[in-house]
Design a protein around this ligand. Structure first.
Ligand code: UTP
Length: 227
């Protein structure tokens, strides 16, 4: 199976920072998934590093330049994961999908960050999934699925176990695209998921849940294309 993971930066780089043990756990899970005869791409987010830098830079410059700073943070996080994956990767961060596809064809795990301003790594992962005709897109984030409203703001928010890509568009359509903003799925990613009819799951990005997606025993939200 061809799988693309969007690994939220806040998962890999939480407020308290990354840890050796945590990185080891993620690397082990991804190696296991690869060894199960899957083709694997991981698009890593910028997390707290991106947000810290962006919040300071915004005082001096425009959103596009803040986005460029965010992209560098995503690549730094990618290098961290890459360093833990050993010879399962080539130590080159693809900056576009052609480079990513070449790495995949060399039977290595693709690890990459952002590409261009004005979207997040969710959109990069969705676009990559479309480009390489992936069988599955997994958005591994700091929320355990898609809710009918923001669970961090509303106590009565309900988790949705299965939704269509059109329903996803309604839920995420109005989210902000400012540099460093954080919505469950970036609105551009939702549009790509819809147009490419990508089978997608949104899960909490713990190593266990990531592994659970392969056996379809996760506790997240499944997004299915509308017939
Ligand atoms: P992220 O993809 O990490 O965004 O990119 P996020 O929503 O903060 O996700 P988490 O918290 O990691 O899950 C960080 C920032 O980098 C810029 C954007 O400003 C984004 O908010 N970025 C990233 C781009 O402009 N283009 C990209 O392709 C990727």
């Amino acid at each position: 199976m061809r799988i693309v993971f969007a690994l939220g930066g806040s998962v890999l780089m939480p407020k308290e920072g990354a840890s050796v043990d945590k990185l080891k756990e993620y690397a082990e899970v991804f190696r296991k998934i690869k060894d199960m005869d899957n083709e694997l791409s991981i698009v890593v987010g910028g997390g707290n590093t991106a947000r810290n830098y962006i919040s300071i830079a915004r005082e001096f410059t425009n959103e596009a330049f803040c986005d460029e700073i965010g992209i560098l943070a995503t690549r730094m996080n990618s290098m961290l994961l890459m360093s833990a994956l050993g010879n399962y990767v080539i130590k080159k961060i693809p900056e576009n999908f052609k480079e990513a596809e070449l790495i995949l064809n060399l039977d290595k795990i693709v690890v990459m960050g952002g590409t261009h301003p004005a979207h997040t790594t969710d959109a990069v992962a969705a676009s990559l999934a479309e480009y390489i005709n992936a069988d599955l897109l997994v958005i591994a984030t700091n929320v355990d699925g898609v809710y009918d409203k923001d669970p961090r703001k509303y106590k009565d928010a309900k988790k949705l176990t299965k939704i269509t890509t059109k329903e996803l568009l309604n839920i995420t359509g109005s989210a902000s695209i400012a540099a460093g903003s954080s919505s469950i799925i970036d609105p551009l990613a939702s549009k790509i998921i819809d147009r490419a009819k990508l089978k997608t799951v949104v899960i909490e990005g713990t190593p266990k849940e990531i592994l659970n997606t392969i056996s379809e025993k996760h506790h997240g939200t499944v997004i299915v294309p509308e017939e």
